[in-house]
Each structure stands twice: as structure tokens, then as C-alpha cells.
Design a protein around this ligand. Structure first.
Ligand SMILES: Cc1cc2nc3c(=O)[nH]c(=O)nc-3n(C[C@H](O)[C@H](O)[C@H](O)COP(=O)(O)OP(=O)(O)OC[C@H]3O[C@@H](n4cnc5c(N)ncnc54)[C@H](O)[C@@H]3O)c2cc1C
Length: 397
């Protein structure tokens, strides 16, 4: 950097970038930057990239972003996961409400891909040189000036960088230092989830089943490939506290879903209590800006959503691709970050607001009718959509 002009942009290839967080967003942005010839170091607080007991659904927007970063990566994911071909919607009694065959690949060039979180993280991490991922490094603060950013870690170490990317999730320390908007907001529901190697006559290969109850509860079962089923359950709860022991958690989820039709009872019984993750559901309201100087945010640190549209990781992949593009084409770090923020904020705001609304409605007493109408609207083509939109008749109460 020249002394006369401290904001002059170092050639992208000589930029020193520090990424906080080796989650799905942090790993993907490291890959996206490498694609542009930019070396980044990733700092992760965990001691190892241990498996997270969850499955994820990747949609064409996320897969197309990963494909733009590294086409081979998407092929590896497809071999490891399950291409979703059908979504079943059922009542808690087991009665089928509707079946939605998926045609995303024909329309958008990529399928819906269900995969274990741990496999996805492994595949992303294995595409990076291992020496750029620094484990057991908990970021506690940073300071920036015109010349760079200094990042502080819990163990007393410091790192200097030209650019800092906070990809440290919904409780982001980078966001707190940058924006300081406090804790995430509780969405009023608890969730339970696990990944199990499991077979059942009601669970067909490459299918997802969404079961919905009228009392603010739902249960999802997804084939995530390799013989594994990801189940995920949610229930309204005014109390966001989690139980201490695995056995208590298993008893609670069995009690909450007592009386639900198969395969709910069988898969819960078959799941090892130690594999069940109980979590309150949180999100945050959208931000109007998430950059300052040489620091920006990405993924859940920037725009966390409640898990309903399956877009948290997918939009993190979009962020990663776009940030890489902006950094390689803009004349300065500031211009790159402004371009990144401008192109990302409006889209992610819509997804955050839509997720919050749809998430809340999915637990209402008439959730079944609501979810059915969402699926039907999603199947409309443009002229049908216009007809639905303009055919509104004010009703007389
Ligand atoms: C039940 C459930 C189901 C979901 N289903 C889907 C789905 O189907 N599709 C989808 O797209 N998304 C889904 N999501 C959302 C998705 O998992 C997240 O949006 C995504 O993982 C966000 O990635 P991230 O890298 O931004 O954050 P995270 O995955 O939270 O990663 C943040 C990383 O930063 C590290 N870290 C945190 N603080 C520090 C610190 N101070 N210093 C260093 N490291 C730190 C953490 O250890 C972690 O590794 C789901 C989420 C849940 C809970």
C-alpha cells in the first residue's frame, strides 16, 4: 500500500484477508476468494470441524453459486447427497394432503439436493489447503484504521489483515463490534433434530415429508443420502430454555409428538438420545448496512433466517460468490464492499422477512391451509400468478 494514499487497493492477489468462522459461509467464501487468486486465512473457535447433527437442503440458487465457484464441488455434493424428487405434505395423522413432484432441475439448472451438514462441511473444507484453516482461534474483538484491521483472539494472539470478513454465525462477535445490535430474537419455538441411519416403509428414497399438526407443531423427514434420514421437529414454546440431559431431551420430544402417525414414533424411538439436538429458533431483523471500512459480514452473521425456506446456507453461498467477484473487480476495498452490500442487502432482506412470516404462519392453527396455498402459489406460472394477484375481490364481512 502506498504511504501517500492509504486507501489504494492492493492487487487482489496480495490482499490479506481474515475470515472469522469455518462454517458453511466461511469455508465457501475462502473458496470463492481463492478462485479470484485471493488468499484468505480462516479462524475458527472450535477445536475441530466436528459433525453437526443436521441435514440441509440446497436449492438451485445456492448450488449455482457453488458451481460458479467450483463446478467439481457440486458434483461431489451430488454424489454424497440425495436429489430430492418429491415433497409430501401430510397431516399429523399420516393422511396425505398433497404431493409435490419437483422439477427444479429442468427449470433452474440444478436440483434440490439434500445432504448431511457434516458431509457438506467436509467437502467444502477438503477443497481448501488445510493450513489456511486455523482451529481453536476464538475472535474476541478487532480494530481498524485506514491501513488495516487488527483482529484479537482469546488466547492473546493478534492477526493483521487488509480485510476482515465476519462469517461467525448468528451470534457473531464481528457483528457485535461492527453494529452492536444485541442478541438475536427468539422466534417462539423450540426445535429438535437428528441424523440417523434408518429405513422405514413410509420413507421413500429421494423424498422429503413435511407433517403438520394443528397445535403449532411440525415434523420433517428428509432422505439426505447414504442411507441417512434427517428429521427435524418444531413446536411453539414460550420458554426458550433447553434441557440439560440427552435423556430428558429425548423424553420431551417423544412427549411433544406423542400420538403422531408413523414414522414419527419409530424414528424418534430409534434415535440415540445423544444424537438429538435441542435448540430454540432465532433470527434477527434485516440490517440496512453491514459494512464499515475494511470489515464486512456474510451468511448468518449478516442475515440469519428462521429455518423454513431452507435459504440460510444457500444465501451464504450467494454472498461468497458475489463478494469474491466484487473484490476482484472493484478499484478499492471500500468500493468492493459497497458493491457487495448493495447487491446483497435487498435480496436477503426479502428472504429474511419472507422466512420470518412463513415461519410464524407455519405454526398457526390453520398452518395446513397456509402451507398448501404457498405450494400452490409457487407452482403458478406468471399468467396464473397475475390472475391470482389481480383477481382479488374485496370480501364483505
Ligand atoms: C435446523 C436447521 C435447519 C436448517 N436447514 C437449512 C437448509 O435446509 N438449507 C439452508 O440453506 N440453510 C439451512 N439452515 C441454515 C444454515 O444452517 C445456516 O444458515 C448456515 O449454516 C449459516 O452458515 P454460516 O457459515 O453463516 O454460519 P454458521 O454455520 O453458524 O458458522 C459460523 C462458524 O463461526 C464459528 N464462530 C462463531 N463465533 C466465532 C468466533 N468468535 N471466533 C471464531 N469462530 C467463531 C462457529 O463455530 C461456526 O463454525 C438450517 C439451520 C437450522 C438450525
Amino acid at each position: 500500500m502506498s504511504e501517500n494514499n492509504p486507501r489504494e487497493f492492493p492487487a487482489a492477489s496480495s490482499l490479506k484477508v481474515a475470515i472469522i468462522g469455518a462454517g458453511l459461509g466461511g469455508l465457501t467464501v475462502a473458496l470463492a476468494l481463492r478462485k479470484q487468486g485471493i488468499e484468505a486465512q480462516v479462524y475458527e473457535k472450535a477445536r475441530s470441524l466436528r459433525p453437526v447433527g443436521a441435514g440441509l437442503t440446497l436449492f438451485p440458487n445456492g448450488l449455482n453459486s457453488l458451481h460458479a465457484i467450483d463446478a467439481g464441488l457440486v458434483e461431489s455434493l451430488k454424489s454424497a447427497g440425495s436429489k430430492g424428487c418429491m415433497v409430501n405434505m401430510k397431516k399429523s395423522t399420516g393422511e396425505m394432503i398433497m404431493q409435490n413432484p419437483l422439477t427444479l432441475e429442468e427449470k433452474y439448472g440444478q436440483p434440490m439436493l439434500n445432504i448431511r451438514w457434516s458431509r457438506l462441511q467436509e467437502i467444502l473444507a477438503s477443497a481448501l489447503p488445510p493450513d489456511i484453516i486455523h482451529l481453536n482461534c476464538r475472535c474476541i474483538a478487532f480494530e481498524q484504521n485506514d491501513k488495516g484491521v487488527e483482529v484479537d483472539f482469546e488466547d492473546g494472539n493478534k492477526v493483521q489483515a487488509d480485510l476482515l470478513i465476519g462469517a461467525d454465525g448468528i451470534n457473531s462477535v464481528v457483528r457485535q463490534t461492527l453494529i452492536g445490535d444485541g442478541s438475536p430474537r427468539y422466534a417462539g419455538r423450540l426445535s429438535w433434530r437428528a441424523v440417523v441411519k434408518y429405513r422405514h416403509e413410509l420413507l421413500h428414497p429421494d423424498e422429503s415429508t413435511f407433517m403438520i399438526g394443528s397445535e403449532g407443531k411440525n415434523f420433517t423427514l428428509i432422505d439426505v443420502g447414504g442411507g441417512y434420514i434427517f428429521w427435524s421437529a418444531g413446536a411453539l414454546s414460550t420458554d426458550e430454555s433447553c434441557l440439560q440431559s440427552a435423556a430428558e431431551v429425548k423424553s420431551r420430544v417423544l412427549e411433544v409428538f406423542a400420538g403422531w402417525a408413523e414414522p414419527v414414533q419409530s424414528i424418534l424411538e430409534a434415535t440415540d438420545a445423544n444424537d438429538i439436538v435441542e435448540r430454540p429458533i432465532y433470527d434477527r431483523p434485516p440490517l440496512q448496512s453491514w459494512n464499515k471500512g475494511r470489515v464486512t459480514l456474510l451468511g448468518d452473521a449478516a442475515h440469519p433466517v428462521v429455518p423454513v425456506l431452507g435459504q440460510g446456507a444457500n444465501t451464504a453461498f450467494e454472498d461468497a460468490w458475489e463478494l469474491g467477484e466484487c473484490l476482484s473487480h472493484a478499484p478499492s476495498i471500500e468500493a468492493a464492499l459497497t458493491g457487495y452490500e448493495n447487491s446483497r442487502i435487498q435480496r436477503t432482506q426479502v428472504i429474511q422477512v419472507r422466512s420470518a412470516f412463513q415461519g410464524a404462519r407455519s405454526y398457526d392453527p390453520d398452518a395446513e391451509a397456509f402451507v398448501r396455498s404457498v405450494i400452490e402459489q409457487a407452482q403458478m406460472n406468471q399468467s396464473e400468478f397475475e390472475e391470482w394477484l389481480y383477481n382479488y375481490k374485496p370480501c364483505v364481512f
